[in-house]
Design a protein around this ligand. Structure first.
Ligand SMILES: [Zn+2]
Length: 573
């Protein structure tokens, strides 16, 4: 006790004399960061050299010289040696569970050929028991759609094990014979609603690849992860996020078991980042339950449940995205609406009444129009209604979201800003899809595809995300894609439809303050500003000054959440 009070006395001496501006501020900060190049994302004070942190929040932002004077008694001080600091990155739309599962499954991301996949499956088959499922993830269903592989390769590689390999974006799965048998898929099996069994043209037998909901024919036979495994997967994923500078994630489809896992993790202090949970809208029991109990807004901003995720269509790569006119490279199809407008409208009405936000996946132009129409109708009804029980902010400013908003008809572009609907977009989807996207939709519709600049120009809110693990969660790849519209090799020269590029500032806004806005949290996070949560990342280069190609080389040195160091590149792995 004696030593403590002596220490306190010395601290008090060190901070004296207290300058006038600080008279009401208690003397001792938990942590002071000095000599940094802070990019604050606060337009009132865009740059700074130092911050003081207290009780998990930013207490002060200013110059190193002032910080030394004002906070000499801080519990800890760290000299950043000129390193750049950003607000913690908020990835507005990702999938922690799939990222975590990918660590537990055979990793096929970046594998170039079906033959190479088969080789990896064969290797795996040698290490598991007969009959045990071999699960993999990450083959590129967009890129391989022109010529889907068939079951034979996998059947040969693992004749006694069922194999199911999920595509990178989850819109297709590739099975071997054994898995098809377990699922009971025969020539006679009809395509399920919102799904397609790819068949051999001559025999009509399932050839091995299942599209959209047809995957469930197989996956319903795979033992699902138990609660403990879900927690392990989520924790692995969260650690990977911290390593990449992500301090908050919008989890874009939360199932009951995930919810339970998140809750238990928060309770035990094992959820190392902030999660904005979007409830799985395809689970009507889950939605009914939450609509009756109302949103849960966490006072500690760790786990917030106030959003419902629905799918209006599928993906462009697998031609599931709903278009007004047929696919340019498949004139027999226009894709598929997976939630009819009337359902979307009534769910949005209920959500608005109960204070929930809607986040609807829409890729094709027809799907986007339908979502905007349903939202517009529901918003009109809601503003006319006198009652409603949700948080006031949701009612007066519902911030309905469209996830992806990928192919837009020109007439729909201004509607986001007009209706106050958020366009939640993913720059890396553009750079991954650009080799084949124009083949799918042709030279006219492509002008409204991945059209960030056009959407931004109308004044709409545009949070950025990666949609990991389908794309890398590294936000500097996202920023690079946003500002160059080039692949990591710098192709095509000058960028793909470069008129739609963003500036670095706009991309940073998308990953910080705009993503915070999309979660109703812009007063809590998204900028380095007095009173906000002390979520910060220290990085190796200043993204606002490096040449675009060097954005890809930026690494995260330190990640702070609530003012606590949760990742350091110097930490042992
Ligand atoms: Zn997603």
């Amino acid at each position: 006790m004696k030593r403590l009070s002596l220490f306190m006395a010395i601290s008090a001496l060190l901070v004296a004399p207290i300058p006038a501006v600080l008279t009401q501020t208690p003397a001792k900060s938990d942590l002071v960061l000095l000599n940094g190049n802070f990019i604050t994302m606060n337009p009132q004070q865009p740059t700074a050299e130092a911050v003081a942190i207290k009780g998990g929040r930013i207490e002060w932002v200013g110059s190193t010289a002032d910080a030394r004077k004002l906070f000499a008694g801080a519990s800890a001080t760290s000299d950043l040696g000129g390193a750049t600091v950003l607000p913690g990155i908020i990835d507005a739309h990702g999938h922690l569970i799939n990222l975590g599962e990918s660590f537990l499954k055979l990793d096929l991301k970046g594998v170039d050929t079906p033959q190479e996949v088969a080789r990896l499956v064969k290797e795996k088959a040698n290490t598991v028991r007969t009959g045990e499922w071999i699960l993999g993830w990450g083959w590129d269903e967009g890129k391989w759609a022109a010529n889907y592989p068939t079951h034979e390769l996998l059947t040969e590689a693992a004749p006694t094990n069922p194999v199911f390999l999920t595509g990178l974006h989850g819109f297709a799965g590739w099975a071997n014979k054994r898995a098809l048998l377990i699922a009971g898929i025969t020539k006679a099996t009809r395509d399920p609603e919102n799904g397609k069994i790819i068949r051999d043209e001559k025999t009509g037998e399932a050839s091995g690849v299942l599209i959209n909901r047809a995957q469930e024919l197989v996956t319903s036979h795979v033992t699902p992860l138990d609660l403990d495994s879900v927690k392990i997967a989520l924790e692995l994923a969260a650690r990977e996020c911290l390593r990449n500078g992500l301090t908050s994630v919008g989890e874009a489809r939360v199932t009951p078991i995930m919810l339970q896992a998140f809750r238990e993790m928060v309770k035990k202090g094992r959820l190392p980042l902030r999660v904005y949970a979007m409830l799985d809208g395809s689970n009507s029991a889950l939605i009914d339950e939450w609509l009756s109990r109302g949103p849960e807004v966490d006072p500690n901003h760790r786990l917030t449940i106030r959003c419902i995720k629905v799918f209006a269509d599928g993906a462009l790569g697998s031609r599931g995205a709903a278009l007004f006119e047929p696919y340019s490279d498949a004139p027999e199809t226009k894709g598929l609406i997976t939630t009819p407008e009337s359902d979307l409208y009534s769910l949005t009405r209920r959500a608005l009444e109960r204070g929930f936000q809607m986040a609807t996946h829409a890729i094709g132009d027809a799907a986007n129009r339908q979502v905007l129409d349903a939202y517009e109708r529901a918003l009109k009804q809601a503003s006319g209604a006198s009652s409603g029980t949700g948080p006031a902010a949701t009612r007066t400013q519902p911030r309905l979201r469209v996830e992806h908003a990928q192919v837009l008809a020109a007439a729909d572009i201004p509607r986001f800003a007009e209706l106050g609907v958020i366009a939640s977009m993913q720059p890396t989807h553009c750079t991954s899809d650009m080799p084949w996207a124009e083949k799918r939709i042709g030279s006219s519709r492509i002008k409204g595809a991945y059209a960030w600049r056009a959407v931004l120009k109308t004044g709409a809110h545009l949070p950025i995300s990666s949609d990991f693990p389908g794309e890398t969660l590294n936000p500097f790849y996202g920023i690079y894609a946003a500002v160059t519209r080039q692949d990591p090799q710098g192709k095509p020269e000058g960028g793909w439809y470069p008129e739609q590029r963003m500036t670095v500032q706009e991309a940073l806004r998308g990953y910080t303050i705009e993503a915070a806005y999309a979660e109703f949290e812009e007063k809590q996070k998204g900028s380095i500003e007095k009173g906000k949560l002390a979520d910060l990342i220290v990085i190796s280069k200043d993204p606002t000054v490096v040449p675009p190609k060097d954005l890809l080389r930026i690494i995260v040195l330190k990640t702070f959440i609530d003012g606590k160091l949760v990742y350091s590149s110097e930490m042992p792995k």
